[in-house]
Write a protein that binds this ligand. Sequence first.
Ligand SMILES: Cc1cc2nc3c(=O)[nH]c(=O)nc-3n(C[C@H](O)[C@H](O)[C@H](O)COP(=O)(O)OP(=O)(O)OC[C@H]3O[C@@H](n4cnc5c(N)ncnc54)[C@H](O)[C@@H]3O)c2cc1C
Length: 441
Amino acid sequence: MSPVRIVIVGAGFAGYQAARTLSRTLRGAADIVLINPNDYFLYLPLLPEVAAGVLEPRRVSVSLTGTLPHVRLVLGEVHGVDLDARKISWRDPDGRSGEMDYDRLVLSVGSVSKLLPIPGVAEHAHGFRGMPEALYLRDHMTRQIEMSGTASDPREREARRTFVVVGAGYTGTEVAAHGVLFTDSLARKNTSLRDAPRPRWMLLDIAPRVLPELDKKLSRTADRVLRKRGVEVRTGTTVKEATSEGVLLDDGEFVDTRSLIWCVGVRPDPLVEQLGLPTERGRLRVDQYLAVPGYPDVLACGDAAAVPDLTRPGQFTPMTAQHAQRQGKIAGHNMLASLGRGTAKPYKHHDLGFTVDLGGVQAAADPLHIPLAGPVAAAVTRGYHLMAMPGNRVRVAADWLLDAVLPRQGVQLGVIPPWAVPLDTESPEVAQTARARPGGG
Ligand SMILES: Cc1cc2nc3c(=O)[nH]c(=O)nc-3n(C[C@H](O)[C@H](O)[C@H](O)COP(=O)(O)OP(=O)(O)OC[C@H]3O[C@@H](n4cnc5c(N)ncnc54)[C@H](O)[C@@H]3O)c2cc1C
């Protein structure tokens, strides 16, 4: 008899932990298959540090095959799930299709950038949800500063030194906080910009404060740090239109810029919608054991799943790494229970607070709901990330040490063109190829 096959779709916070929990207990007693477009687990909370040149990209990319023994990795993107026939199909990086039966399934496909129907945004903005976008942004910022130095038209010089971030949640706040430090360091080293004003950064949000979903004390800390660095924080403001020359704000101001960074939030991966099952704001509804109603052999967790929050009856757990990681462990545990190993547990987790890395020696954090700011918060934030990462800790710490003593490297490799990272994509984790590009060859 062939061993039970457990297929996990998506190797993010939830899928990685599910695979790890299963692998540690089953040790080859089941066929554990992990399907993911990349061969690494991406530690998303440190992605702003990649864009700002603090961390090298591979530091935040933990090898799946290197850290998950007894797990079979299939490189690919799942595009079809037949829950009645217990079959999934995927496309591999060469565009070939594959198909596989399963006995148990974990759906942990995460989320993609949220779009708003604002003219020009899909064409001119870039999101911040995956490695290709982070590498694109790092190069783009470097290039804009360099081109600002050589532009002869004063308006173009200023536009290239202006960066607009939309969305002041933790992603947008961190991108702006790190970005301004990065472009300042690039501009300082550029002889052509010696007499020019500092690069201009704007952080916009329709909400009345930055970090609107977090505690007000964290908002105040982040707001203070950003303004002190010269970031123009514009709350109650959004973009009305984007063009190749800049953005029109809803207060009527037109800002000349070549950089519109879209961080307005995320929506569940479109694969969820394809299933045709009940959803909650696009997230797949599951019960407290993470099981999909009507399909006891299928569990879902992380951003893609609407998991009842037993600590706040009537609500669902927020889309955070903290929940996704713990839900992944419970999914693994409950899969084991379905195979006769232990008993299923409901998912229940009290939020432990949040950390927002603001770069330099600044952060805003409330571990166990104790509000912290400044270097203490920065130390707690970095310590937390090191503990939470499933690998590469020494490499990450080494990069932080190097960044503390050496200037940032101001080079752009230019390997990710803008069309490879469109805002409207179902796959922010992979750069689009010329083949997928409209009219591409
Ligand atoms: C820049 C940034 C910073 C963040 N910082 C924090 C933070 O500080 N703290 C915090 O708690 N949260 C943070 N978050 C949110 C957190 O990262 C998410 O809540 C978390 O990643 C969700 O985990 P997940 O496993 O559901 O999805 P993900 O981690 O996104 O993983 C989903 C995986 O599924 C794969 N996948 C998608 N579609 C398919 C498919 N069709 N077939 C196969 N595989 C597929 C993806 O490639 C990916 O590997 C941040 C998010 C971003 C973008």
